[in-house]
Design a binder for this molecule. Structure first.
Ligand code: SF4
Length: 245
């Protein structure tokens, strides 16, 4: 994504923003773009969204259990990152040759060394290691998993405060799965304006207020026989409701 577009997106985020996370894909595979985005956020956060906490989500492939790990963490710290989620402790990442335990050990050791170098100053308030909580749905490679795996994770999680996902093309979506229609381009329009407009759309408004059941009611396709599924298979129903719309 061009730097100019990143700036437009950041400038269009609401001043009340409290959490901003950069994830992927794998953001460290486009390191220059990641660095540019973090630099702009760091240099403008107090003016644009003073209460924000900035984080990155990564599979941690760049942790090598070497001195370079300390430099990598130092760079993130200097870029204003407060939270790092190492979310790759799952079979998919193991298949790709990532050893999550080694990544965890390397990252913790590097943080300890960095904090020592900084005279005991706390660096990252939050460092998470594990699989991404609630971040697996039966889409993409997740289709290979048994449906029973998702029973507890399939509820629609459009809760307050709303977590908006912005794609690399600058489109805003109500969740990271991007199964409901984009609510618009944040490159062109402030996010709050897009949200206001989205709430006027019956189906999107219904989805925000009542999950897939709310959207189905708004679209006139509510099926009482699927009442339980609206909760237990929410994301699959959502995909079905909006595919082709
Ligand atoms: S039900 Fe739809 S909007 Fe809700 S979390 Fe699942 S895919 Fe996202």
């Amino acid at each position: 994504m061009p730097q100019a577009d990143i700036r437009k997106i950041v400038n269009h985020l609401p001043g009340s923003l409290t959490y901003l996370s950069i994830s992927g894909g794998e953001p460290f595979s486009v390191k220059q773009t990641l660095t540019s985005a973090l630099e702009y956020i760091r240099d403008n956060r107090s003016k644009l969204f003073p209460k924000v906490s900035v984080g990155v989500v990564t599979n941690g492939f760049w942790i090598k259990n070497k001195a370079s790990d300390v430099e990598s963490l130092r760079e993130l710290y200097d870029l204003g990152v407060q939270r790092i989620s190492f979310a790759g402790d799952d079979d998919f990442h193991k298949e790709q040759g990532l050893d999550h335990k080694e990544i965890e050990a390397g990252a913790l050791a590097a943080r300890a060394t960095l904090e020592e170098q900084l005279g005991g100053r706390e660096t990252f308030k939050f460092m998470y290691f594990g699989s991404a909580p609630g971040m697996i749905a039966p889409f993409g490679r997740g289709k290979l998993l048994p449906l029973s795996f998702f029973r507890k994770k399939m509820a629609c999680d459009l809760s307050s405060p709303l977590t908006i996902t912005i794609s690399t093309r600058g489109e805003a979506f109500l969740c990271c799965w991007k199964k409901s229609p984009s609510i618009g381009l944040v490159i062109a329009t402030p996010l709050n304006d897009l949200l206001e407009r989205a709430l006027e759309n019956p189906a999107i408004g219904g989805l925000i207020r009542g999950g897939p059941k709310g959207a189905a009611l708004a679209l006139g396709v509510y099926d009482q026989a699927r009442e339980e599924e609206y909760a237990t298979k929410a994301c699959l129903i959502c995909e079905g409701l909006f595919s082709g719309r």
